[in-house]
Design a protein around this ligand. Structure first.
Ligand code: 13P
Ligand code: 13P
Ligand code: MG
Ligand code: MG
Length: 378
């Protein structure tokens, strides 16, 4: 429908410098040129290219709905162009998340992660874009539980008549590729019984019963798609805020708890989630710690509005970088303390993830080699 806007956030890691650090600015430049062409061709309304650690993030607005072939192909081409630039510079892991050479209709299943939402724009449409590195999509399940199900976090659930209705929560089983929509608060304990298992379940979508979609997470499980280790999901989440939905501050507050998330170093360790500015998101301690960034924008007549002044270049937005502030220093310090403590476990659980969650393993070979020496217990 013409009056609806679609916000698509498609992300991939297509190469970085000196390990899994950050994309080269040239890569982001060529991706932006590709998206700019999409605007000129009338496919996109607007776009913003950013990053979290080594993951490139393409934020796009358009009128074509979710899973639109043309929009996905444009994002794919932007990643291909960035990947070519990375290959020319012989950067590390160039093309890491692009699992095939040719686009086949939708980026899902081809390596990149995608979060998309189509909605009718409210008179004012504040949005927070969360982007993570070195972790999986279930990392957002705890903050989502607090934002949408915990009245001690979101006072709006109690005192805002529009928020009082509760939310529908779509939970996906990333192992069996199934999904179920559950109702909060009525089924809150059932929801928590599932999503507490962060190795299998993740929240895909949160829906307000009047306003419509409230939040969307990219839940592609890249390592499973490829059938072998090719990198972590490093998921994104988009959240609509205010006026019946959680206030921006209610969305951000849960990130003050530096929860342990899986996917750090070789995709195989637990580390404390470190909230930071985009410019501070380059991993520096044991390829981490796992990062999360939060950008605030407005969706305005189908366009992205940040702090840019009128007449800025296309794609030249200046979002509010919410975790840049000093308020988050105590959280960062705590996250570093916890991450260093977790490192104290070395290759022991729970410093590392469970055996079936390891991104790669030597165990079958070791067991094979030891087979002749294995003795039954007395
Ligand atoms: P809204 O009514 O726009 O959600 O604002 C609530 C508020 O004051 C946020 O702190
Ligand atoms: P990325 O998934 O961010 O590329 O990191 C891979 C890794 O395991 C780094 O140690
Ligand atoms: Mg990488
Ligand atoms: Mg990454």
């Amino acid at each position: 429908m013409a009056d609806k806007v679609t916000v698509s956030l498609i992300k991939a890691d297509v190469g970085s410098i000196a390990g899994h650090s950050r994309p080269h600015p040239k890569m982001m430049e060529v991706a932006a040129l590709t998206l700019d062409k999409g605007v000129k061709d009338g496919l996109l309304n607007d776009f913003y290219v950013t990053r979290c650690g080594d993951d490139m993030e393409l934020l796009m607005t358009h009128r074509n709905g979710e899973n639109h072939k043309g929009v996905h192909e444009l994002a794919w081409n932007a990643f291909m162009a960035a990947s070519e630039a990375a290959k020319k510079m012989r950067l590390y892991a160039a093309g890491q998340d692009l699992l095939s050479d040719a686009f086949s209709g939708n980026v899902r299943g081809q390596g990149p992660g995608a979060a998309e939402m189509e909605f009718e724009e409210r008179p004012t449409e504040p949005m927070i874009v969360l982007m993570a590195d070195k972790c999986g999509p279930a990392a957002y399940s705890l903050p989502i539980s607090k934002i949408y199900m915990d009245p001690f976090t979101t006072t709006g659930l109690v005192i805002d008549p529009r928020a009082h209705l509760g939310y529908d929560i779509e939970v996906v089983d990333v192992v069996d590729n199934k999904r179920v929509v559950m109702s909060s608060p009525a089924e809150m304990y059932d929801i928590l019984a599932l999503i507490g298992d962060t190795t299998r379940y993740a929240v895909k979508r949160v829906i307000h019963r009047d306003i419509g979609v409230g939040a969307v997470v990219s839940t592609e499980k890249l390592n499973m798609l490829a059938g072998k280790y090719v990198g972590k999901d490093d998921p994104v989440m988009m959240v609509r805020c205010q006026s019946g939905l959680p206030a921006a501050g209610e969305v951000l507050q849960p990130f003050a708890f530096p929860q342990l998330v899986a996917g750090w170093m070789r995709g195989s360790h637990y580390g404390a989630w470190f909230p930071c500015a985009v410019d501070e998101s380059t991993p520096s301690y044991f390829d981490g710690p796992p990062r999360v960034c939060a950008l605030g924008i407005q969706i305005s007549n189908g366009m992205i509005q940040g702090l840019e002044s009128p007449g800025s270049k296309p794609g030249d937005h200046c979002p509010i970088d919410y975790f840049a502030g000093k308020e988050w220093d105590p959280v960062r310090n705590k996250a570093m303390d916890i991450s260093m403590y977790m490192r104290g476990h070395g290759p022991f659980m729970p410093g590392i993830v469970s055996p079936d969650e390891l991104e790669y393993t030597t165990r079958p070979e070791i067991l094979k080699k030891l087979e002749p020496r294995m003795q039954p217990l007395e």
